[in-house]
Design a protein around this ligand. Structure first.
Ligand SMILES: Nc1nc2c(ncn2[C@@H]2O[C@H](COP(=O)(O)OP(=O)(O)OP(=O)(O)O)[C@@H](O)[C@H]2O)c(=O)[nH]1
Ligand SMILES: [Mg+2]
Length: 379
């Protein structure tokens, strides 16, 4: 099977055109950082207010793109209909990625473990079905040749191949999940606290995990640096505490990825305490959105009645005023009162966070919290 466009070496050298829907204009940097994670050169960026039903991009923009030299890919930061992807491919003759495919590509680049790779393959397969169905339709109408690299094998055969592959991938994922579950049960027989570190991508989860455990897992400014949960234990003042670093959330997480993504978040359900790491240096409004979306995701994956500690991270970057505003707004609008301001890079308040976890476990946390707040908001 030829899979055009999945060639790793090609990624960094590709020149791409990016189409940004208006809804993401306020988040342009974040959306572009998704693109830059894979492709070094963005040749041109267009914003689209009203998508064209046939091509998504408007006809004048389509004509401009045709005139650009040396473009390898078109990246559209929205959800496209299969028909639109195929129409664009026919007009431009270059690979077309929508936001979902782009995120899947990033996942594929970063996936280290066998399980993460399989989860991503599954998500990719699911994303390909509607495209292949559309290709079958277009083929029958004599409109299309060579799309998706299916070539002479024909799309119908290709579709069956995908289905068979999906069944195999699912079986293998199930096996790996069982292994993980056996390991987890073994851990749970010990006298220990289990803590999951969760939150939006780039919030600083792994930096915190490293600081606490002394490990050196990769961290970085690009989204989805971590794609596989990792658990490690420390002894803290006589108590064994297991910490699990997890995959980050992202705005508008595409449904195709949800299954793959949530499977790796399974650990959260089995933890005693959740640390929700939030980048407090972001505008207050974004902090609130990220927090409430995280709470939604918890309930979607069946996490109920857990103690959630919000770790307001990166306070080395902000002043006391901003921190105060963030804390007040959270208290006003979200029902969470366990908030600890920290800096994962400098280590500020990490010991307090650990004290707090130990105290939460044993009861008697109130005093500790008020002391931490007083110190942090003094600046
Ligand atoms: N200034 C500052 N930067 C931080 C802090 N914590 C993390 N960072 C930076 O934020 C970026 C993201 O950190 P990571 O630890 O990789 O974030 P993550 O939440 O694990 O991200 P993903 O694995 O991609 O979901 C890195 O460049 C870190 O150096 C902090 O307390 N202060
Ligand atoms: Mg990480």
């Amino acid at each position: 099977m030829v899979r055009k466009g999945f060639d790793r070496e090609m990624h960094s050298n590709s020149r791409v055109v990016v189409i940004l829907p208006y809804k993401y204009l306020n988040y342009m940097d974040e959306e572009l950082s998704l693109v830059k994670t894979l492709y070094r050169e963005i040749a041109e960026i267009y914003t689209i207010r009203r998508p064209n039903p046939k091509y998504y991009v408007t006809i004048p923009v389509l004509d401009e793109i045709k005139l650009l030299d040396g473009i390898d890919k078109l990246v559209i930061m929205d959800r496209l209909k299969p028909r639109q992807i195929i129409n664009l491919y026919r007009e431009l003759g270059i690979e077309v990625l929508d936001r979902i495919l782009l995120i899947l590509e990033i996942f594929a680049e970063h996936a280290g473990s066998r399980e993460a790779k399989l989860q991503i393959e599954l998500a990719r397969l699911k994303h390909q079905y509607p495209l292949v169905k559309e290709a079958i339709r277009a083929m029958k109408l004599g409109e299309l040749h060579g799309f998706l690299g299916a070539g002479r094998y024909g799309y119908e055969k290709y579709y069956l191949m995908l289905k068979e592959r999906e069944a195999r991938v699912r079986r293998e994922i199930e096996k790996l999940r069982k292994i993980r579950s056996v390991r987890r049960q073994r851990r749970r027989r010990e006298e220990a606290i289990h803590v999951s570190i969760v939150g939006y991508t780039c919030a600083g989860k792994t930096t915190l995990f490293n600081k606490i455990t002394g490990l050196g897992k990769p961290v970085g400014p690009e989204p989805f640096t971590t794609l596989q949960p990792k658990t490690s234990a420390i002894m803290y003042k006589g108590t064994k505490i297991y910490f699990t670093d997890t995959v980050g959330f992202i705005r508008d997480l595409p449904p195709e990825i949800v299954e793959a993504f949530y499977a790796t978040l399974e650990e959260i359900k089995y933890s005693d305490i959740i640390i929700d790491v939030v980048d407090a240096s972001k505008p207050v409004q974004d902090v609130l959105i990220e927090l409430s979306e995280a709470l939604n995701i918890f309930s979607e994956i069946g996490v109920h009645g857990k103690r959630i500690i919000v770790a307001l991270n990166k306070i080395d970057l902000i002043g006391g005023d901003h921190l105060n505003t963030v804390i007040n707004k959270i208290n006003e609008s979200i029902n969470i009162n366990e908030i600890i301001p920290i800096s994962a890079t400098s280590g500020l308040n990490i010991d307090k966070l650990l004290d707090y976890i130990a105290a939460v476990h044993k009861g008697g946390k109130e005093n500790i919290r008020s002391k931490i707040w007083a110190q942090a908001t003094e600046g």
